[in-house]
Design a protein around this ligand. Sequence first.
Ligand code: UDP
Length: 345
Amino acid sequence: MNMLVTGGAGYIGSHAVQRLLRDGHTVVAVDNLFRGHAEAMRLLEPQSGGRLIFHESDVGDSTRMERLMHEYQVDTVMHFAALAYVGESVDQPLLYYENNVIAGIRLLEACDRAGVGRFIFSSSCATYGEPSAEHIPINEDCPQSPVSPYGQTKLDFEHALRAWGQARSRAGEPVSIAMLRYFNVAGADRSGLLGEDHEPETHLIPVAINAALGKRDGMAIFGTDYPTPDGTCVRDYVHVEDLIDAHVRVMDRVKPGEVRAYNVGIGRGYSVREVLDAVRRVTGVSFEVREQGRRAGDPAALYNDPSRIERDLGWRASVTSLDEIVDSAWQWMKRNPGGYAGSRG
Ligand code: UDP
C-alpha cells in the first residue's frame, strides 16, 4: 500500500515507518522536525522491503499534503504528528489546538480532495481524563472527559474524524477510520536502530534511565500518597512495537464506512516504584530517587481493559514484562547517550 505517515520522524511515527517499510509498503513520511529527528529518517532509508520518501513539512500545509497524496497515490494516512506534553498544553493551549486540531483538519481537507480512503489516528487515553474507580480498568465505553488541553485536542480531533467519516458515507464515498487510544508507550525497536529521544524528557522510563546513565542528578517520584498498593501512580506501559502492530492490524481490518476506536495497552498496571525497580535491575545501577509531592493532573491509576481489541483484532501485547520493555529502551539509550544528535556522522 501507499501510506502517508505524519510525524514520521518522531518516536512513535518512526517505529511505524520502520514496520511499514518492513511490510513492503511505500511510505511517505512527513514531519516538520520541530521535535522529530531527521536522523531517524536517514537510518531508516536503507531499510529493505518498502520505499521511503521523506518530506520536511507541516501537516497543516494542505496543498502540499494533497500534492504528495496525488503524487504517491496514497490510500492510507497514519496521523501521528502532534504535540504531546500535558503540562505544556496547560501553559500553551493555543499551540496545542493549532497543532493537534487545526493542522489535523487541514490534513483531512487534503484527504478529502485526494480521495484518501483510510485514516488511522493516534489518540490517547488522556481523552478519558480521570476515570472514577468503577471504570478501571478502562474500556472504550468509559466516558471521555479530558482534564488537560492535550487530552481535549485529541478528543476534539476524534469528533472531527467521526463527523468527516459520516459526511463521506452520506456522500457515497465512505472512508475507513480508526482511532487508537494509547496508554503509556515505552521501549524501543528491538533491532536497536530507533529509540526514544525527547527534549525535554519527562517520561518515567527514559528519565529513570537517564538517571542510571548519570545524565541527570537522580530523579523524583511525583507523589507517594495515592490510593494504590504502594502509594505511587499506576500506569499501563505498552511496548512501542506492539503498539504499531495494533495499527497494522486495524488498518487491515477496518472497512469503508466504519469508525473504530480501540484502547491500546497491555491490560495491567505497574506502579512508579515497580518501574524504578525494573530500571535498577536492568541497568544494574542504583540512582538517587527523591520523593516529592504529586504532579498536577496525574490520576492515581490508569490501565487498560484490552477485551475489545483482543476480540476484534486478535491483538494482544507480546511484551508484558516491565524488564523487557525497560531493557529495549536501555539498550538504545546506553548506545546513544546523546540521543539521535549524538549518533550523527
Ligand atoms: N513520574 C515520576 N517521576 C518522573 C516522571 C514521571 O514519578 O520523573 C510519574 C508520573 O507522575 C506518572 C508516571 O510516572 O504517575 C508516568 O508518567 P509519564 O510522564 O511517563 O506518563 P503519563 O502517565 O504522564 O502520560
